[in-house]
Design a binder for this molecule. Structure first.
Ligand SMILES: [Zn+2]
Length: 141
């Protein structure tokens, strides 16, 4: 293999790995770990969920939580979305463990996360795309 070929091969393999990595679904343990890291980074570790898991019965909401139990559920529809979007939804539910409802105090908590606006825009775009008469990716005319 020439050096140029080798370089090309390495690039192709790295791209493949990156693509696999982004499609990989986090396990529930990894979700809990991620929640703990986000809580530490943005909420000084004050939000302490007792469980974080994926659910498939949640089609109109991206995430939900039961503050009394400290449990967080994320819709499986988030799987395959960019990491910063999943992190935003996770952080959103973590914030609800600290502040119920969507008042100014709640959004002030989320301002600490630099991609809040971008993630909300992404999710709004997903919902809007589903409502188009010809959704992107649909077959036929
Ligand atoms: Zn909320």
């Amino acid at each position: 293999m020439s050096e140029a070929e080798e370089q090309r091969w390495v690039t192709v393999m790295l791209d493949k790995l990156a693509a696999q990595e982004s499609k990989r679904v986090l396990g529930d343990d990894e979700l809990a770990e991620r929640a703990a890291r986000l809580s530490a980074q943005y909420f000084e570790g004050r939000a302490r969920p007792t469980s974080v898991r994926w659910v498939t019965n949640q089609n109109t909401r991206w995430g939900s939580c039961t503050p009394a139990e400290g449990s967080i559920r994320l819709s499986h529809r988030l799987q395959g979305m960019p990491e910063y979007v999943v992190d935003y939804v996770l952080l959103h539910e973590l914030a609800h463990l600290l502040v119920p409802g969507h008042g100014p105090r709640f959004w002030r908590l989320l301002e600490a996360y630099p991609r809040t606006e971008r993630a909300r825009g992404y999710l709004e775009g997903v919902v809007a795309a589903e409502r188009l008469p010809h959704p992107p990716g649909a077959r036929g005319d």
